[in-house]
Design a protein around this ligand. Structure first.
Ligand code: GAR
Length: 208
């Protein structure tokens, strides 16, 4: 007898195009992620990711940071919305805001982020440009649990992307994006299967 696996409820936070969101929605629909995207929230009304969500019948919400007193106030509203949708895992996918303990305490070890570099190298903004300017020969992407620092949380998975002689910020970003679209769904599926254990800074990936 086969049993239907428990599907986790995923809330995705975005600020822009949402190509990672799209990859996650597609893998949920194909069954490669044992999960469902139950809401997408953007701090920007113009984020194309909101349209991507609506195309799949997923509630897409604009939560304007300019209408909130401060980050804590903003995150308290985020938490309320995520809880309303019964979210198990919060996925930051190009969400260009610093999150506060208000969100992290509500979802301990249940907030993930993707960053377009091999952390701890090149945290923060413009990671691809930082990598090119530094002159590294490889860069890549990192999926990590979010902690109170900027791109400092325990690392779940990383993927390496070689830097080519003629790379520009655009070409490197494009090749990193291709890897991101595989890496993020893979990390989310590990979470969905209950295979991730955080031990200090390290994330142990358990056997099935
Ligand atoms: C991705 O490359 C992601 O790694 C990056 O924003 C992009 C969003 O693309 N995130 C950060 O730089 C966070 N510091 P998408 O909207 O097409 O998914």
């Amino acid at each position: 007898m086969t049993t239907t696996p428990h599907k986790i409820r995923i809330g995705v936070l975005i600020s822009g195009s949402g190509t990672n969101l799209q990859a996650i929605i597609d893998r949920c629909e194909s069954g490669e992620i044992d999960g469902t995207v139950v809401c997408v929230i953007s701090n920007k009304a113009s984020a194309f990711g909101l349209e991507r969500a609506r195309n799949h019948g997923i509630p897409a919400l604009h939560l304007d940071h300019r209408l909130h007193a401060d980050r804590t106030d903003y995150d308290a509203t985020l938490v309320a919305l995520l809880r309303e949708h019964g979210v198990d895992l919060v996925v930051l996918a190009g969400f260009m805001r610093i999150v506060t303990p208000t969100l992290l305490d509500a979802f301990p070890n249940r907030v993930m982020n993707i960053h377009p570099a091999l952390l701890p190298s090149f945290p923060g903004l413009d990671a691809q440009r930082q990598a090119l300017e530094y002159g590294v020969k490889v860069s890549g992407c990192t999926v990590h649990f979010v902690d109170s620092g900027t791109d400092t949380g325990p690392i779940i998975l990383q993927s390496v992307v070689p830097v080519r002689e003629d790379d520009t910020e655009e070409t490197l970003s494009e090749r990193i994006h291709v890897e991101e679209h595989k890496l993020y769904p893979a990390a989310i599926q590990l979470f969905a299967r209950g295979r991730l254990t955080v031990v200090g800074r390290r994330v142990r990936i358990n056997e099935e």
